[in-house]
Design a binder for this molecule. Structure first.
Ligand SMILES: Cc1cc2nc3c(=O)[nH]c(=O)nc-3n(C[C@H](O)[C@H](O)[C@H](O)COP(=O)(O)OP(=O)(O)OC[C@H]3O[C@@H](n4cnc5c(N)ncnc54)[C@H](O)[C@@H]3O)c2cc1C
Length: 381
């Protein structure tokens, strides 16, 4: 293809994370022509995750109207080879060392393997994924009445565009700059390490000065190894995040093998998920749980909903806004509860003493569990 050529595709998806791969698979299964553009050279690498992946039970326990969704139910039926360690329990530690625990329905995996598995399924369904291809610019061509997607590997046009580019929401940012309606807010810096040592069986969370306005985690991935990390509200930590994590691991006698990190959008859903024929999904739509940073299940669900909305729009002229309505109906309540919990944490959990006091009040009435699970509001017993 010459430099000046423009490739047209029915649907283009920016990003081959869980949201992009789920959307691409569903669209391809419905017979649509779909191209995924991914800037990385290997899907999922480097991983940016604590690597706690929810099972279907956790998903339908948290979000609404999903029980009868057969496609999603099957999608969440992950093969045994991806499941490194079952996470049946979570313990939340207060600054004093006291802990509260509750059940979980999740597992630890390698994100690299997990994302690769999801992308493979999309390709097997008929989607095309083009690696090392980064969306750089959106160019409006008013005379031709089209928008060009300018990438590192050529120019494209499409009938529908899915922004699955993660927390920094590249399409929204390129098209609307600083417009807050389309940008996920409260980007929390996180760092994690793959470690060796004596690790717990449970998903452990630590609150207090170890991670001001955030939390530290240990997610066991198997005997003797774990993903250990921390996320802290921007500007709340004195010193650097990496040094802080090194000290945390040192205290626990854990040997660090490698580091990773990324940004988690903790500000709740963006105000506008549909922009013309562009749909934002996953982190790009701000669908991460603000109180616990989990976003894999929302990425997959929203990817599937976006694909279904495109198919319905194409075949029955159903407005694309139904995508956003469905996302809000299914995930809105849990995300709202989660945002409230996070804001309460920001407002009141200042210093170990206050954090301990508040958690001692909330713990016995199930408030910590609710803050983590987000199923119900924090205050209702
Ligand atoms: C440190 C950390 C720990 C986390 N721990 C957990 C956890 O344990 N459990 C959980 O459920 N969630 C966790 N999350 C959140 C979870 O990782 C995300 O919610 C999830 O990955 C969102 O999926 P996505 O497909 O929307 O975006 P992503 O997985 O971020 O995928 C976006 C893709 O788009 C690509 N891309 C970006 N820009 C461009 C561009 N311009 N052109 C082409 N491609 C582009 C990226 O390379 C990437 O592959 C964590 C996040 C972080 C940062």
């Amino acid at each position: 293809m010459g430099v000046k050529d423009i490739e047209h595709r029915q649907v283009i998806v920016i990003g081959a994370g869980p949201a992009g791969s789920a959307a691409a698979q569903k669209l391809a299964e419905e017979g649509l022509d779909v191209l995924v553009l991914e800037r990385r050279s290997i899907v999922g690498n480097p991983a940016q995750c604590g690597e706690c992946i929810p099972h279907w039970g956790e998903v339908i326990g948290t979000f609404n109207h999903l029980e009868d969704h057969q496609w999603l139910k099957e999608y969440f039926d992950f093969p045994e080879r991806l499941i490194l360690h079952r996470l049946d329990n979570m313990r939340v530690f207060l600054p004093s060392g006291k802990s509260y625990h509750f059940e979980l329905d999740a597992f630890a995996g390698h994100r690299l393997q997990f994302d690769g598995y999801l992308a493979d399924k999309a390709v097997r369904a008929g989607a095309e994924i083009r690696m090392s291809t980064s969306l750089k610019r959106l160019q409006q061509q008013r005379k031709a009445n089209r928008e060009l997607l300018v990438t590192s590997e050529g120019r494209f046009t499409c009938d529908y565009l899915i922004d699955a580019s993660g927390s920094l929401a590249h399409v929204g940012r390129l098209r609307h700059g600083q417009d807050r309606d389309v940008r996920p807010e409260d980007q929390v810096p996180t760092i994690y390490a793959q470690v060796k040592g004596d690790v717990p069986e449970t998903f452990d969370v630590f609150l207090g000065s170890v991670a001001p306005s955030g939390y530290a985690w240990i997610i066991p991935k198997g005997p003797g190894f774990a993903n250990v990390g921390l996320g802290v509200r921007a500007g709340k930590l004195e010193g650097d995040l990496k040094g802080h994590l090194e000290r945390f691991c040192d205290d626990l006698n854990l040997e660090i093998i490698s580091f990773g990190g990324g940004w988690i959008p903790m500000g709740g859903p963006v105000k506008r998920m549909v922009d013309g024929t562009t749909l934002a999904v996953g982190d790009a739509a701000g669908l991460v749980m603000p109180s616990n940073g989990g976003g894999i299940s929302q990425a997959i669900i929203s990817g599937c909903f976006a694909a279904e909305a495109i198919v319905a729009n194409l075949r029955h002229q159903t407005p694309l806004s139904t995508y956003e309505d469905r996302v809000r109906a299914s995930m809105g309540p849990a995300l709202k509860n989660s945002l409230r919990s996070k804001n309460m944490g920001y407002a009141f959990m200042r210093g170990d003493l206050m954090t301990e006091l508040i958690l001692r009040i909330l713990g016995p009435i199930g408030g910590i569990k609710r803050a983590m699970e987000c199923e119900r509001s924090l205050w209702i017993v």
